[in-house]
Design a protein around this ligand. Structure first.
Ligand code: NDP
Length: 516
């Protein structure tokens, strides 16, 4: 951290919570899950994960290489072509997905503890996320029963058109560390509901809950080979998975850098691709809003998951007439945020996931201050054992500064003033991203003008970060390609096949003239 750039006397950041219980659990040991069997990597390598909050060993995993990925994809290919899954009745697939939901429900505490220890997020939040996955699996189960094609009875007396929806094939799922089991549950149950088979590659920082999910799938009756797990590094496991000829579709959540790399690989291999990438999501605040609700949502929006969230409301656009009042209020509220050990029952903001992520965030803050923005709170790592970063507020930001445009992925709020709704929309749209946005006003015209004008996959009006399995989620521009959730989610993992069924005598193209 460049102290020289932080020479203004700042209010004190919140002190870290004291008195958390000590982590008490057995180390989790994960293996690869291929063709319904648990095994080590072919070369026997393993890697480990330590808690970013406590530094102690949480888990170890088999470290796959391209040969293991090959084996996993072959198993998924066999299961797709020869196994029962793709042709199973929707109702039977739904029963199995519901059994998975029950299996997750039964192991919420165990999974939440590992999730909190590997990610650094508050245990209570992790419980909510694992519990929320139950609903995602149940919703996907309902879609397994309602997935249908189309029929055209309007093509004439001699023709019936039938459009089938068939599973696309073997799907590669690559997931990140910020919401490991939640993001996987936005993908996997929908791919399974469609009848696909899958190979899953979680982030090497947070693989435990994905491995536990494989145990749950096995117990719920998912046949061997239908879902396979390969753990390890992105370039050595994720990339061979993306490049493999037998992968029909790739679904990825993570950085825009890797997403764009994988998009290129997919287009070269003529594979379908779904990408859920970064964001620099604006919350747009007008003077007539419900002040208390807005301040709470702004603080929640930027500090939730320590800001390591693609939907983080990291950019607040505030009407110039209230910008200073807003900055002071948000600083005051930020000073009270309960931050510290993820196992503390009061914790709302835990540890940053890794040293590298911590350094990236600090670098972004330094660049913002160097560009002339004003640090109002925080900006530094806590002098403590775990990876904790002070809640950070930066004001006097102009739209062209890097801190206004780049995804920081940390607990860092930037405040940008605007003069009217048209300018607010212009500033909101002036980044590479387009994942989500929010508007705060009691005036319906203002809300709709902004909601219709911003380039984003989701717009919240007088709220922030709500989500439902029924509602599609995804971004535009550099925030990604495709949508997850919603009733179309399962269709994304299908291809249509057109059947044209002719009845009665056919009018010939050409008949030879009868011989004279
Ligand atoms: P990455 O995009 O690198 O990681 C996401 C997933 O992709 C992980 O499973 C990773 O594996 C894998 N991966 C990495 N490189 C490759 C590759 N060449 N081929 C195939 N798969 C690969 O994100 P990071 O974890 O490095 O985070 C960096 C930044 O990305 C964050 O600061 C944030 O800005 C953004 N991000 C966005 C997320 C979102 O929700 N949209 C989630 C996470 C990060 P592994 O980690 O095991 O190497």
């Amino acid at each position: 951290m460049n102290q020289a750039t932080h020479n203004e006397a700042l209010p004190a950041a919140p002190t870290l919570l004291a008195g958390a219980p000590k982590p008490d659990h057995a180390v989790f040991h994960g293996q690869l899950y291929i063709d319904g069997a648990w095994r080590e990597a072919l070369d026997g390598a393993r890697f480990e994960r330590r808690s970013p909050a406590h530094g102690h060993l949480v888990s170890t995993f088999a470290e796959a290489t391209a040969s293991d990925v090959d084996a996993a994809i072959s198993a998924a290919e066999r299961a797709f072509h020869d196994g029962p899954w793709a042709g199973m009745k929707g109702v039977e697939r739904a029963r199995i997905l519901l059994a998975v939901a029950d299996g997750i429900k039964a192991r919420v505490d165990e999974m939440a503890l590992l999730e909190a220890l590997e990610t650094g997020k508050p245990l209570a939040q992790a419980r909510g996320e694992v519990g929320g996955c139950v609903d995602l699996w149940q919703y996907a189960a309902s879609l397994a029963r309602t997935l249908s094609g189309d029929a055209y009875d309007s093509l004439g007396q001699d023709m019936l058109g039938i459009v089938l929806r068939q599973p696309i094939g073997v799907v590669g799922l690559i997931t990140p560390w910020n919401f490991p089991i939640w993001i996987l549950s936005q993908k996997l149950p929908f791919a399974l509901a469609a009848g696909c088979t899958c190979v899953v590659k979680p982030s090497e920082l947070t693989s435990s809950t994905t491995a536990i999910l494989m145990q749950i799938l096995e117990q719920a009756g998912v046949p061997p080979g239908v879902v396979n797990l390969v753990t390890g590094q992105g370039p050595t496991v994720g990339q061979p998975l993306a490049e493999h000829r037998a992968i029909a579709m790739l679904s990825f959540t993570g950085s825009t850098r890797v997403g764009s790399l994988l998009g290129g690989i997919a287009s070269k291999g003529l594979k379908k691709v779904a990408l859920e990438l970064g964001g620099k999501n604006p919350q747009i605040v007008f003077p007539d809003c419900d002040w208390d609700a807005m301040i709470d949502a702004v603080v929640f929006g930027v500090y939730f998951n320590a800001g390591e969230c693609c939907n983080s409301g990291s950019r607040v656009l505030v009407h110039a007439s209230i910008a200073e009042r807003f900055a002071q209020a948000v600083v005051e509220r930020s000073r009270q945020v309960p931050i510290g050990d993820p196992l503390h029952p009061d914790c709302k903001v835990g540890a940053i996931v890794s040293e590298q992520q911590m350094n990236d965030i600090l670098g972004n803050i330094d660049r913002g201050v160097a560009a002339g923005a004003r640090l109002r709170l925080g900006g530094q790592r806590y002098d403590a054992d775990g990876l904790y970063l002070q809640p950070t507020v930066i004001s006097d930001v102009t739209p062209e500064m890097p801190i206004a445009r780049d995804e920081v992925f940390g607990p860092v709020l930037v405040i940008i003033p605007f003069d009217d709704a048209r300018q607010a929309v212009r500033i909101a749209n002036d980044t590479a991203y387009g994942l989500s946005a929010a508007v705060w006003s009691r005036d319906i015209d203002t809300c709709l003008t902004v909601a219709r004008g911003v380039h984003a996959g989701t717009v919240w009006v007088n709220t922030f970060l709500d989500g439902y399995p029924e509602l599609p989620f995804g971004g535009v521009k550099a925030s990604g390609v495709g949508r997850e959730l919603g009733k179309q989610a399962v269709e994304d993992y299908t291809e249509t096949k057109t059947i044209q069924l002719h009845m009665g005598g056919r009018t010939n193209w050409w008949l030879p003239r009868p011989a004279p």
